[in-house]
Design a protein around this ligand. Structure first.
Ligand SMILES: [Zn+2]
Length: 474
């Protein structure tokens, strides 16, 4: 058997059939990504494999560092070709890491390249892929069409103009691109200098003078409305854990003024302010019938020396260990008490918390939307074989797998769309194996339609995005 055949990750005949007949042809609704909207709008043409596969990919930098390579080849000043060659030298050392699977799945699906990438094949692969990138259909938009991505949701700061989204949605490029309202910077009073800069940006974007908390909230509200008018139906927050300590407006107002005038903010005050704002954002989302996403538990920028040298988000993050259960349920509960709990997707970063998350959602379900509170797909360190299975198993065991809205790439790279295929194979393998063992009924219609729903239809129905041409919505 060779590598990445049609049966890749599919260990039974039934699993293969489920994948081929029900999963493979489903379109993609990628409702959480970090792709740059400008690249999509300008239909960026990538010049080489470095630009499309390595630029900004901290997963790969971590592997290269772990393999003893110099920083010069990760974030440093080596040429594009030198960086690619350094990556090619590293690939054979990534066996059993998802990078090994992803790299070869990507080479195969984008460039029909079957050879394993290593030092001996790197030159040929570099030339062949670059030629296809420079001359073929694999531009940013071409890639989205190739993988039948019907909707792409990006992650955007409330101050962003959304010009690129409008440009795409007024075109007939074959897909839609919607923004996601990600107001993380609004919470960061603990860094008064950066906070003041961001508030200034918000003033400009919203066209309102921000004199205190009230006008700050007004400016955020107006950006939320603006995002809505541009098709946004999702928000997102990256948090250590949920902030849910009730905080009176007078206190929040005093903290806001302190931060804005550059005074340092205590941890307690930061948490109080963040709690105040998170409840505010919850009400905004509920009011406009949006879906809120919470990415919880990543421990970021742990290496001070490297952060000083290279800046934040350069691959020095790990899984955090905060207690999630009480604060997560408290946050959902505070909103629920006001009947202001929006549809919510919670993404977990620590596998030890899978059952915590899977059970937390069960206490806040609602007859108005099936699967209203979702346990999101395996995220960051968990978007690999084991992590995907663990999430599916925890959700199945204490919730309803059938209502799950499926996978997202959560990626900064246009090479990541095969991650949907990867997820679908793991899903079909799990279900196919259980059918063969008599643990699920041999009813392919029942199981097949559940697979189709998890791959696409559940997300389409749940997110309530304006998909445009309904004949293309499947
Ligand atoms: Zn993300």
């Amino acid at each position: 058997m060779t590598f990445i055949t049609e049966k890749f990750l599919l260990h039974s005949e039934t699993a293969c059939r489920l994948y081929q007949d029900y999963a493979a042809a489903q379109p993609i609704l990628d409702y959480h990504s970090h792709l740059p909207p400008a690249d999509v709008a300008q239909d960026r043409r990538f010049q080489n494999l470095f630009e499309i596969a390595l630029e900004g990919d901290h997963y790969k930098w971590r592997a290269m560092r772990a393999n003893g390579l110099s920083e010069r080849y990760c974030t440093g000043d080596a040429s594009a070709k030198e960086k690619f060659m350094a990556w090619a030298r590293t690939v054979p050392h990534t066996l059993r890491n998802p990078l090994y699977d992803w790299t070869h799945l990507e080479l195969k699906r984008y460039f029909a390249i079957e050879e394993p990438l290593d030092e001996t094949t790197a030159d040929l692969i570099w030339e062949r892929a670059n030629s296809m990138l420079q001359h073929g259909d694999l531009t940013a938009q071409g890639i989205l069409r190739k993988f039948d991505v019907r909707v792409l949701c990006t992650s955007d700061d409330p101050c962003d103009t959304l010009d690129h989204h409008r440009q795409i949605n007024h075109s007939d490029c074959g897909f839609r691109m919607f923004p996601t309202f990600r107001p993380d910077k609004a919470l960061h009073v603990s860094d008064p200098e950066a906070f003041a800069v961001w508030v200034k940006r918000l003033e400009l974007a919203s066209g309102t003078g921000i004199t205190g908390l009230r006008s700050f909230l007004g400016a955020l509200e107006s950006r939320h409305k603006y995002f809505h008018e541009n098709g946004c139906r999702l928000s997102d927050h990256g948090l250590d854990y949920c902030y849910a300590s009730p905080c009176a407006e007078t206190r929040a107002s005093a903290i806001f003024s302190d931060a804005r005038s550059g005074r340092s903010i205590s941890t307690e005050d930061h948490e109080a302010f963040a709690s105040f704002l998170m409840l505010f954002f919850g009400r905004l989302d509920a009011g406009r019938n949006w879906t809120k996403q919470l990415h919880l538990g990543a421990l970021r920028n742990v290496n001070t020396r490297r952060q000083r040298e290279l800046g934040a988000d350069t691959g020095y993050d790990s899984i955090g260990g905060w207690p999630q259960a009480a604060m997560l349920s408290k946050y959902l509960d505070l909103l629920e008490q006001e009947d202001a709990l929006p549809r919510t997707i919670i993404y977990n970063n620590n596998p030890a918390d899978n059952y915590v998350f899977a059970t937390a959602i069960g206490s806040f379900q609602d007859s108005r939307t099936a699967g209203k509170i979702q346990f999101g797909s395996g995220w960051w360190f968990l978007d690999q074989k084991d992590g995907i299975r663990w999430q599916l198993n925890a959700l199945s065991s204490v919730g309803l797998l059938s209502r799950f809205i499926g996978m997202v790439t959560d990626s900064r790279s246009f090479m990541s769309f095969p991650r949907h295929e990867y997820f679908r194979r793991v899903l079909c393998n799990l279900l196919g194996g259980e059918i063969e063992r008599g643990e699920l009924p041999n009813d392919e219609k029942l199981i097949g339609s559940m697979i189709q729903n998890i791959c696409f239809h559940n997300a389409r129905n749940y997110l309530q995005l304006e998909l445009g041409d309904p004949s293309k919505a499947g």
